[in-house]
Design a protein around this ligand. Structure first.
Ligand SMILES: Nc1ncnc2c1ncn2[C@@H]1O[C@H](COP(=O)(O)OP(=O)(O)O)[C@@H](O)[C@H]1O
Ligand SMILES: [Mg+2]
Length: 259
């Protein structure tokens, strides 16, 4: 049976959609059957990031009970499948996002991985996305504001009975003042599945009219390599938190020697 993962952050613009699209493609390259679900039902843009046309039938129609799930699934690049969201504000208002959970449980057995791209914030559709999966992956930038929102998302997910398994740190610039991986793991009390550098090729892919995600456009770029490592973790099983057991002295020494 398929593994269902929600990619969430609390804060907008942290890279949820980018990670969902690129991770999906890498998992497909490993021979996995992958479905990407755009659960950002207000600001749907997963299919745009994948260079796909607007879709006539979407998750909106499925959530409204107006169509079958199969009719809303489309083929994307490299064999991945996509359940896109619609752009109609009218249907967005009428949607019962609670139905997402039953939709996911109906289709998950057809896939090895179902990746759910959550929206920012904590409105109802986000809560549904957080609780429709087996596991939640948080993505954060190395800033206090982004980390605070990730922590809020973790607390809410756990209150709702969801399971947050790991954090991914995105858009690292190696600048002074950025939070360290250890600090982020300790704050969230979860392991880190990977650090993705700020990579201008990711942004170029975003504006590329062909909509080729970075792992297609530039497979050897630093961000693509980092996403490959995250996929390897998802394929290889659990990761522990052992790197957080660093002593205070060791930490000071590391700062002094900049290691
Ligand atoms: N590692 C990265 N390096 C550079 N730009 C990135 C990176 N990750 C995401 N971005 C850019 O940040 C913006 C927001 O990303 P997006 O995936 O849409 O965020 P979210 O879905 O969390 O709102 C996009 O322009 C995207 O190209
Ligand atoms: Mg998004």
């Amino acid at each position: 049976m398929g593994k269902v993962l929600t990619i969430a952050s609390g804060k907008g613009g942290t890279g949820k959609t980018t990670l969902t699209a690129n991770l999906g493609i890498i998992l497909a390259r490993h021979g996995k059957k992958v479905l990407l679900v755009d659960a950002d039902i207000a600001m749907a843009n997963l299919s745009l990031v994948l260079g796909m046309q607007t879709s006539p039938i979407t998750l909106h129609d499925v959530l409204l009970g107006e169509t079958s799930i199969q009719d809303a699934i489309y083929e994307g690049p490299e064999g991945i499948e996509i359940l896109p969201s619609g752009l109609s504000i009218e249907s967005y208002r009428k949607i019962d996002s609670e139905r997402l959970k039953s939709i996911i449980s109906t289709i998950k057995e057809n896939y090895d991985f179902v990746l759910i791209d959550a929206a920012a914030g904590v409105e109802r559709s986000v809560l549904s996305a957080l609780t429709s999966s087996d596991q939640v992956l948080l993505i954060t930038e190395a800033t206090p504001a982004s980390l605070a929102d990730a922590l809020k998302t973790k607390i809410i997910t756990e209150k709702l009975g969801g399971h947050v398994v790991a954090v991914i740190i995105n858009m690292l610039r190696n600048e002074k003042g950025e939070l360290e991986k250890d600090e982020i793991m300790k704050t969230l009390e979860i392991p880190c599945y990977g650090e993705i550098p700020y990579d201008v090729e990711v942004r170029r892919s975003f504006y590329d009219k062909k909509g080729n995600p970075v792992v297609i456009r530039c497979p050897t770029c630093p961000a693509s390599k980092a996403i490959e490592n995250i996929a390897a973790k998802l394929l290889g099983g659990e990761v522990t938190m052992e790197t957080t057991k660093e002593s205070f002295i060791k930490r000071i020494l590391r700062v002094i020697f900049r290691k």
